[in-house]
Design a protein. Structure first.
Length: 201
């Protein structure tokens, strides 16, 4: 790894739009306007220049492919209907296991955590997902400590967030983790985002 923090945001067919562009906006604003050291943000797709169609029709273009991406410090793994295919794709699961072994922080949004669970990476760990899929996460691996009320869960080298918009909260947390609380607050103010009040708080 270099002094540059390299963050990949995964693209795949039928990915949920806000799962991608919410964290991208947060991390990109931080990288462009706030960060005190270099941050490189990359869209990682099946191949370089691959065009993926998101769940509601938005088309996005990858900067690099999973096999050509540079070493990643962080990978944001979004959710969406396309995760159903990825959770059964042994090549994709092997790639995630390899990233994890090399020290990449894996940060899932929404049903992206189901793919991490399918790869065996959430065994015995706390995690969350979209509220409609909490039971499925439990069924995938009964050893997972499923957090039903958390917007995001940071367990060191794996971070997971709840549904869709919770990816923004998780991304702001990643900014705080890698750039400090002041940078996260400056980013939140810059994108004019109000953090939702936690239920039951």
């Amino acid at each position: 790894m270099t002094d540059t923090l390299t963050i990949g945001v995964l693209l795949f067919e039928d990915v949920e739009e806000l799962d991608v562009v919410g964290p991208w906006e947060v991390l990109g604003f931080w990288a462009s306007h706030i960060a005190s050291s270099p941050v490189r943000l990359l869209a990682v797709g099946p191949d370089a220049d691959a065009v993926v169609v998101c769940s509601k029709g938005l088309r996005l273009v990858a900067d690099c492919g999973t096999n050509t991406a540079p070493p990643l410090d962080v990978l944001v793994h979004p959710g969406g209907n396309g995760t159903r295919t990825l959770a059964r794709d042994e090549g994709h699961l092997h790639w995630l296991r390899g990233l994890h072994e090399r020290g990449t922080v894996l940060a899932s949004v929404c049903t992206g955590s189901l793919v991490l669970a399918a790869a065996g990476l959430l065994a015995g760990r706390p995690a969350t997902t979209h509220h409609h899929y909490l039971d499925k996460l439990t069924k995938l691996d009964g050893t997972i400590d499923v957090r039903t009320r958390d917007r995001y869960v940071d367990d060191g080298d794996i971070v997971s967030s709840a549904g869709v918009s919770a990816g923004i909260d998780m991304a702001l947390h990643l900014v705080a983790r890698f750039g400090g609380a002041e940078a996260s607050e400056a980013t939140r103010t810059g994108i004019q985002y109000e953090t939702p009040a936690e239920k039951g708080a």
